[in-house]
Design a protein around this ligand. Structure first.
Ligand code: NAP
Length: 265
């Protein structure tokens, strides 16, 4: 039997890289993509592709069509972060994070669907974030893009059901990756009104990420999901994040945001 073909976006680092490496070790035929090659050693196939550029995605699709009859699993992991006050974030930076975190995933999915449909039981996993359910101050645009990915996932789940393509959203909490150092910080040297609060909020966030979960746990969760008979529509990893999701559903919203303000506000 042929190995299942998995395409992982954002495979040059972090969650995408570890997931691509782990699935390759488990015997999958893995193709990683991003704008640059991984800095660490890797054995899976690699194609350069900017997911915000339709012409590059078209070229990637042509290459995939030559190599494979179908794509079995698409993992949309490419992403970026941005921090700063809503009032001071330049519009072009807001458009950029939407281009990568939302429209990029949409373009990849739209383009590859015809290949995924050819698979017997295709699967799509979008990497969202726990920050999609609980919006964080000075991370508004990140939370907004991840909430969009959740909505995208749910609608796609319904649209693709008749084709037996399963769609899910994985919402990690703090993970120790290059995401922290790659985060765009347009607020720097900007507006003194928020400076102190942003500094404190970001310091806490970065500390949490640096002490965060090993990305291998996300890779193993993805492996479990693609082997599950039925994937959950939205899920997370780790007891503390599962508890946050439950509490968020049962506690009054004002109480939740009272805590969030204490931590990040
Ligand atoms: N780390 C966390 O704490 C955390 C928590 C929750 C959710 N997440 C989500 O997990 C996903 C992966 O993040 P990570 O932690 O692995 O961060 P990371 O190490 O910074 O990886 C981000 C990846 O996205 C790729 N990428 C960025 N822009 C791209 C573009 N235009 N086209 C193609 N690829 C692009 C980067 O590669 P190139 O620069 O080579 O293009 C890189 O491979 C993201 O969606 C993030 O929002 C992360």
């Amino acid at each position: 039997m042929k190995n299942k073909v998995v395409l992982v976006s954002g495979a040059s680092s972090g969650i995408g890289f570890i997931t691509a490496s782990y699935l390759y070790e488990q015997g999958y035929e893995v193709v990683g993509i991003s704008r640059s090659y991984p800095k660490k050693e890797y054995a899976f196939k690699y194609q350069l592709c900017d997911i915000t550029d339709e012409s590059q995605i078209d070229l990637l699709k042509k290459w995939l069509e030559q190599e494979y009859e179908s794509i079995d699993i698409l993992i949309n992991s490419a992403g970026m972060g941005i921090s700063g006050a809503i009032e001071n974030t330049p519009f072009d930076q807001v458009k950029k994070i939407y281009d990568v975190n939302v429209f990029g995933h949409y373009l990849m999915t739209k383009s590859l669907l015809s290949l995924i449909r050819k698979s017997k039981g295709g699967r799509i996993i979008n990497i969202s974030s726990i920050a999609s359910d609980i919006a964080l101050p000075f991370q508004a645009f990140y939370s907004m893009t991840k909430a969009s990915i959740d909505a995208f996932t749910k609608a796609l789940y319904l649209e693709l059901k008749p084709f037996k393509i399963q769609v899910a959203c994985l919402m990690p909490g703090d993970i120790k990756t290059d995401f922290t150092q790659n985060r765009t910080k347009p607020y720097q040297n900007e507006n003194h009104l928020y400076d102190e609060r942003i500094k404190n909020s970001l310091m806490r966030m970065e500390k949490d990420e640096e002490n965060g979960m090993d990305p291998i746990r996300i890779a193993k969760k993805i492996y479990k999901m693609i082997n599950q008979r039925k994937m959950p529509i939205r899920t997370t990893v780790g007891l503390s994040y599962k508890t946050i999701r439950v509490l968020q559903r049962i506690l009054p919203e004002k109480f939740i945001y009272f805590i969030v303000k204490k931590l990040y506000g």
